[in-house]
Design a protein around this ligand. Sequence first.
Ligand SMILES: Cc1cc2nc3c(=O)[nH]c(=O)nc-3n(C[C@H](O)[C@H](O)[C@H](O)COP(=O)(O)OP(=O)(O)OC[C@H]3O[C@@H](n4cnc5c(N)ncnc54)[C@H](O)[C@@H]3O)c2cc1C
Length: 577
Amino acid sequence: MALERFETDILILGSGGAGLFAALHAYKANPELDITVVSKGLIGKCGCTRMVQGGYNVALNPGDSVERHFMDTIEGGKWLPHQELAWTLVSTAIERVRELENEIGCFFDRNPDGTLHGKAFAGQTFDRTMHKGDLTGIEIINRLMEQVWARPIGRLEEHRALALIPAVDGGAIAGVLMVDVRTGEFKYVAAQAVLLATGGGPTMYRYHTPSGDKSMDGLAMALRSGLSLRDMEMVQFHPTGLLAGPDTRMTGTVLEEGLRGAGGHLLNGAMHRFMGDYDDKLERATRDVVSRAIYAEMRADRTTPHGGVYIKMGHLGSAKVAKEFKGMVDRCRDCGFDLAGGLVEVVPTAHYFMGGAICRTDTATEWPGLFVAGEDASGMHGANRLGGNGVANSTVFGGIAGDVMPAWIAANPGHRAADEHVLEAEVARALHPFERAGGDLNALREKLLDTMWDDVGVVRDRASLERGIAAIDNIEAELLATGIHADTRVFNLTWHDWLNLRSLVEISRVIAFAAHRRENSRGAHFRSDFPEPGDLATSRFIVARQASKGIEISERPVEFTHVKPGDTLLDGRAAAE
Ligand SMILES: Cc1cc2nc3c(=O)[nH]c(=O)nc-3n(C[C@H](O)[C@H](O)[C@H](O)COP(=O)(O)OP(=O)(O)OC[C@H]3O[C@@H](n4cnc5c(N)ncnc54)[C@H](O)[C@@H]3O)c2cc1C
């Protein structure tokens, strides 16, 4: 097989907040190194960092503290987060947001006294979500993109990473196999250090928010490489995905958390404000609680015409809503809804993946030379990601990866020879659908969306998960028997749909296995047959890895290195505020 081969020093997979921050920090740490960013889409135009609406959590303002942000993160995560990772997230977010403003060139909204304005986000005890209106991600990613363009950082856009390739002696990563989407040609890029930052993205659910380029490729590659993944049962559903009917791709896209934070009401089909029936915090309860409440209304058939519930903002003053949530109001108007003054139909939508590759606080994985950051990494959020902690996570740990990789290379210099057998097998794997007769890929995708939504979704039980696992096995078997109607690899998007589906199916199975193993309910994971959270003091997290006989699931105890369940880092007065 003809294969173009290149070498770089640092290879970064993904051009979201994690990937671009890593590139900038690595260049700052050692401008002599050759750095290459690979992106499935166009840099600055793909991934979810660009889609960030609400904002960025950081404890900056008087009355808030790193300890308070940490406690919100741990309690929101239902005592499952890796506390060192969570601490690194909340403490480093402060320097990262200053860097975003003072070095990268972002400009966030301010209070009259010039300090950064923090908006209210659900599930937090302080209004600490910094933002640029309600389209914060565009500001962040555009400025990051300009900074990357201004430096001699290599870019492989519209290149899809296919596999992480080990060194021939198996001791470390040697490089990455990828395909140029435009030409269909395979490339092997050898690198001294590789960052996995492809951004997760649970797009295997009927309703989902992430960008279309995200299909869990990074975690599928990590799984195949034998890496351990944690918290894979933890899929976050955002309660308010736009429900605009089956004829628009806008269905599922998110209406930001700040709407509930600002005082928006949720009404069922009978116009009853139902959140009071489920939680004292009403609409400001955490995402998991609100999503489950909406799901329960849906199951009880108390729904709107398209089968969801309504969000209502008009009682806050339509002019105010139109000013403060311009992006959301425009989006709803495009779909024929009046968010400022009327009712908009919404539904829970798969939004964020808390699971991912296990890593240390310096982003190193168990595989020497491979680092992970952003939504591909796990442990920071436990059972629930606070709104605003996602983009903080990708920029904090992307920056750390960029600091660490040059140092790792200095201590472990040189490129390693690739295992050519693995390389060859991975090329053959990617070409699999060309050797089969074409079939109906879309029908298979629809089956996966329904399976995950119905059986592995907002509410699960043993029977639904077992049904889901059996269905996923069938979908995979059908996919492997289904080819594509084409004989060219040039810009062959059907081929990429096939590859996307394969990644999604593989990770869907891991989600279902991990959910089957966790026999309690924590945060985003709710088992109707085990509705209690279990003993917090003996909390365990679930680990999944690919073994020769299939997915191997184990459990490990959570280490409470900063605070134990029942304790707090806040003094009595601060905690009560
Ligand atoms: C609609 C929406 C709104 C959100 N709002 C907020 C918010 O208000 N606050 C908040 O904190 N978080 C929010 N989030 C979450 C936040 O966007 C993510 O947590 C964060 O941006 C992830 O950053 P990342 O760098 O890991 O991934 P991304 O920004 O998603 O980037 C992933 C990159 O990897 C590339 N990629 C994928 N597969 C491959 C492959 N096989 N080969 C090569 N490249 C690949 C993609 O093209 C992309 O460039 C929101 C998410 C969505 C979807």
